[in-house]
Design a protein around this ligand. Structure first.
Ligand code: FES
Length: 647
């Protein structure tokens, strides 16, 4: 029998963890360090799905030997780094006992993403204001009431259940008690001298069921709800007090499925491998379990104690593939002609997440194979469905999705923008987390950049997120450092060319960064970005052309997506990503999918409207639309082959 090797993964300290921690596991000689790390519970970023091309799974071998025997410049490992022990975990197998250092930047699962900044808080305050005049109850149909009962006696020996229902019916139409609540009822009633709190869930417009009971000897429990947005790259969630709609805690984390591929196509391929469906479902479930526990802890540190068992209602928004994988439904047919999902809608469900056993989970409906519930929810939160004015919603996530319309019609499509806006396919790209460059200005004479970094004061940069990328490409173009094809046309201290002549712009020197590694943007990155922005612009043009609409019919453009600290609209227009419209027509609305999930959670009426929106929106498959490819090719220049569109 072949000898197994002892592998130790040492996770470098991050800002959240504060200390290094280690995992050890046994591995065979033909198992990659990426696979071994997964078994050990260390989730490494693997956007290319382990093909050795993205360079994100870079780890450092501290001792022992592994199978890779050459550096891989194309995947971001230079000769010097190779000599220093850096390897791609996905193509390196252990040949002896090995000790591996895992940098924080390689960890998909643990990375912390900014989700509760000032922008998000202000956005939720605004959303709640919008919900009020629509007559929406803040509790989403779950509420806590206090009732005092007469104890049973010889003259009144009715059963506990009937006694409670009769009393409750004096103020609410309560017709039933769940089995869970029924099992607790006799003990809680007697322990509290027949004075109890009841958690009621609305089952019809004027009808409720008791789903939990508590003794009044304790403080009234918080009745919590959970809104979740499952993005392909990032998962965000809110813990909400259902009695008033207040947000108790918010947070985000990387989608742990990223270790199986960066985009939905790679995830679908993985799901069709033996055991793949279970792996993907487990990855997202574990990821959410950690996030829910973290939110409860955060809320309990600031407000009253909240446990997972106090979450009585949940809502989920996600793209079509993520919804399938979250529910454990095989998404295979989404990528096979005629591209049919297993479902668009599903009613309230019980989930596998650690919530109250009676908690309802609502899922936002999908519209097509590549336009999902995140978009129907986003349309709701933008209120684009509710005005006569024609609006355009652009959601920049791991893919780009667009909706055009008003209160009479809505059409939607997806464009294959790729993951560039969330840092994928960009050598120094990263999600909008601490250490991400989110904005930049470049001096046209000296070529010196001035950057703005997400994080605490003094935070040094680690990489580039979507908003930073848009800014830097815009600034490089404005300063004449890159030409219309995205090629670097100047030389200087900030420009480096490799042995094959590929040029790179140095955004931060090694002594200016958090991890001592230069942050650069090379011509391959710029090329990837130009294709991403070209996909967005050509989708807008195609939708308008299909309806025979002029650009000027658009009254509002809502730009959504957690790509950083907002988006510099002027830069996005300069590079030909967004159409040239007056700047007051543009509104950056942040994570509209999470805002929609919040609306579904706190408002039954919002949840119904989102269902109706999903059922009436038209989905267009751009890949089958003649003219789209021509538009795309024309848009793959800065700003466009038809410069007149941006004069
Ligand atoms: S290079 Fe290893 S996962 Fe992409």
């Amino acid at each position: 029998m072949e000898e197994k090797h002892h592998i130790v993964f040492i996770c470098e300290p991050g800002q959240e963890s504060g200390a290094a921690y280690a995992y050890s596991v046994l591995a065979e000689s033909d198992e990659s360090l990426l696979e071994t790390a997964r078994r050990a519970g260390v989730a490494l970023d693997a956007p290319c799905g382990g093909k050795g091309t993205c360079g994100k799974c870079k780890v450092r071998v501290l001792s022992g030997s592994v199978s890779t025997n050459a550096h891989r410049a194309e995947a971001g490992i230079s000769k010097q780094e190779f000599e220093d022990g850096w390897r791609l975990a996905c193509v390196s197998c252990p040949q002896s006992d090995v000790k591996v250092s895992v940098p924080e930047t390689a960890r998909a699962y643990q990375s912390r993403i900014k989700a509760d900044g000032q922008f998000e808080n202000a956005a939720f305050t605004k959303l709640r204001e919008k919900l009020k005049p629509r007559g929406q109850a803040p509790h989403g149909g779950v509420k806590l009431v206090n009732v005092d009962l007469d104890p049973p006696s010889v003259d009144n020996p009715s059963a506990d259940r009937e006694r409670l229902l009769q009393k409750l019916s004096e103020t609410n139409r309560v017709t039933n008690i769940s089995v869970y609540a029924l099992r607790k009822l006799p003990f809680v009633l007697r322990e509290s001298n027949f004075s109890v709190y009841c958690v009621l869930r609305q089952t019809r417009p004027d009808e409720f069921t008791v789903i939990d009971v508590f003794s009044t000897k304790e403080k009234p429990p918080v009745i919590a709800g959970l809104a979740i947005d499952i993005g392909t790259t990032t998962v965000s969630a809110l813990l909400v007090n259902l009695s008033d709609g207040d947000i108790l805690a918010s947070g985000s984390t990387g989608n742990a499925q990223i270790r199986y591929g960066a985009d939905v196509i790679n995830r679908i391929i993985e799901s069709s491998k033996p055991g793949g469906m279970v792996r993907l479902n487990q990855a997202i479930t574990e990821c959410l379990c950690h996030l829910i526990a973290a939110l409860c802890k955060k809320a309990s540190g600031m407000y009253a104690a909240v446990t997972e068992g106090q979450i009585y209602r949940a809502s989920v928004t996600a793209n079509t593939t993520m919804t399938h994988l979250f529910l454990g439904v095989n998404p295979e047919h989404l990528r096979l002609e005629p591209y049919t999902p297993a479902f668009f809608e599903c009613g309230p469900l019980r989930s596998d997440l650690p919530l109250h056993p009676e908690a309802d989970m609502l899922i936002a409906p999908s519209i097509g194979s590549y336009v999902g519930g995140d978009i129907t929810a986003g349309v709701y939160s933008s209120m684009a469905f509710n005005t006569k004015d024609i609006s355009l919603l652009i959601d920049l996530g791991t893919n780009g999705e667009l909706v055009l319309g008003n209160n009479e019609f809505l059409i939607s499509c997806a464009c294959s923008a790729g993951p560039a806006f969330e840092g994928g396919g960009i050598s120094c790209g990263m999600r909008a987390a601490d250490g991400a460059i989110e904005a930049c200005v470049i001096d046209a004479n000296t070529m010196e950049p001035q950057i703005k970094v997400i994080g605490r004061e003094g935070q040094k940069p680690i990489g580039l997120c979507g908003s930073g990328l848009i800014d830097i490409v815009g600034e490089l173009f404005r300063a004449g450092i890159i030409n219309a094809k995205g090629k670097i046309s100047k030389d200087g201290e900030r420009i480096r060319r490799d042995e094959w002549g590929t040029a790179a712009f140095i955004i931060a020197l090694s002594n200016e960064t958090e991890n001592g590694k230069e942050i650069t943007l090379d011509e391959t990155d710029i090329d990837n970005f130009i294709r991403a922005k070209g996909a967005v612009f050509s989708a807008i043009r195609t939708m308008l052309a299909m309806l025979d609409f002029d650009l000027n019919v658009i009254e509002n453009v809502y730009v959504a997506g957690g790509i950083g600290g907002g988006i510099n609209i002027q830069q996005a227009i300069r590079i030909g990503m967004l159409p040239k419209l007056p700047s007051d027509k543009y509104h950056y609305i942040g994570n509209s999918s999470l805002h929609g999930a919040y609306s579904m959670l706190v408002s039954r009426e919002a949840a119904e409207t989102i269902q109706k929106t999903g059922a009436t929106m038209t989905y267009i498959d751009l890949s089958t639309h003649s003219g789209y490819m021509d538009e795309f090719v024309a848009a793959c220049f800065l700003p466009h082959t038809n410069g007149g569109l941006f004069d």
